[in-house]
Design a protein around this ligand. Structure first.
Ligand code: ADP
Ligand code: MG
Length: 239
């Protein structure tokens, strides 16, 4: 079932908009253009997948949308604000408040417990320690990790690590969740569980973008953007 609030009416808020976005990584004298000429709009509450083969520019695109990197040319609007015009610290603040990022390789801090990993994003705001811990424990419990709070990443399975990474992305209650190949490092059953979690968040009204080469992810999404050699080749709206 699709989320009730995601009708395609014009008044639905454009939460993320890319205009003519290009990213060239400089390497010595020459550069590698990872994505170019990308135009793309995401409305509030949508669940979108960006599908493409390895090397097609998916991670680059997601990092740009997550304000983890800046485009070489083009504009990226978050909630109508052109983020390519603002200084890095303002960008970081927007990212911290509005965007949750789930990395393909989980990117958990190995020396911190599940609970400590999840509360980490709150440490840059002045949230008291006990409140931080309470909130992190609540989210982990919701993701069925209540019995794993004090485990280190090395003591968790791949699926559990991915859920810790999801919990960390949710701790600031972001409007937008970006997931880079969230099923990529998981067996198919665990991958399905993770997709179910993302689907649940979508039903709660979150805006979700998943980049992947895994066709089975398309099933849960409303819009599929196909990318090849750094360019969008097709956009399909699923009913
Ligand atoms: N930091 C980087 N420096 C140089 N080239 C990069 C960098 N990151 C990615 N690339 C190149 O950009 C292209 C797209 O990469 P990427 O966005 O990681 O694709 P995908 O996530 O679809 O596999 C590839 O050719 C890759 O080698
Ligand atoms: Mg990638």
């Amino acid at each position: 079932m699709k989320h009730a609030g995601t009708d395609k009416e014009l008044h639905v808020k454009e939460i993320l908009k890319l205009e003519n976005v290009c990213k060239t990584y400089m390497e010595g004298a020459s550069g590698v253009t990872a994505v170019c000429g990308v135009n793309f709009t995401v409305h509030k509450g949508e669940l979108t997948s960006i599908l493409g083969p390895s090397g097609s520019g998916k991670s680059t695109l997601l990092h740009l949308m997550g304000l983890l990197d800046r485009p070489t040319t083009g504009k990226i609007y978050v909630d109508g604000l052109d983020t390519t015009k603002i200084p890095p610290d303002s960008q970081a603040r927007i990212r911290g408040r509005k965007i949750g990022f789930i990395f393909q390789a989980f990117n958990l801090v190995p020396s911190l417990t599940a609970l400590e990993n999840v509360e980490l994003p709150l440490t840059i705001y002045d949230v008291p320690r006990d409140q931080r811990k309470k909130k992190a424990a609540e989210i982990l419990t919701r993701l069925s990790l209540g019995a794993r709070l004090d485990h280190l990443p090395s003591q968790l399975s791949g699926g559990e690590r991915q859920r810790v990474a999801i919990a960390r992305a949710l701790i600031n209650d972001p409007e937008i969740i970006l997931a880079d190949e969230p099923t990529g490092n998981l067996d198919s059953k665990t991958g399905q569980d993770v997709l179910q979690i993302l689907e649940g968040l979508h039903h709660e009204g979150k805006t979700i973008i998943i980049v992947t080469h895994d066709e089975s992810v398309v099933r849960i999404t409303e819009k599929v953007v196909r990318i090849k050699d750094g360019k969008i080749v097709k956009v399909e709206v699923l009913s």
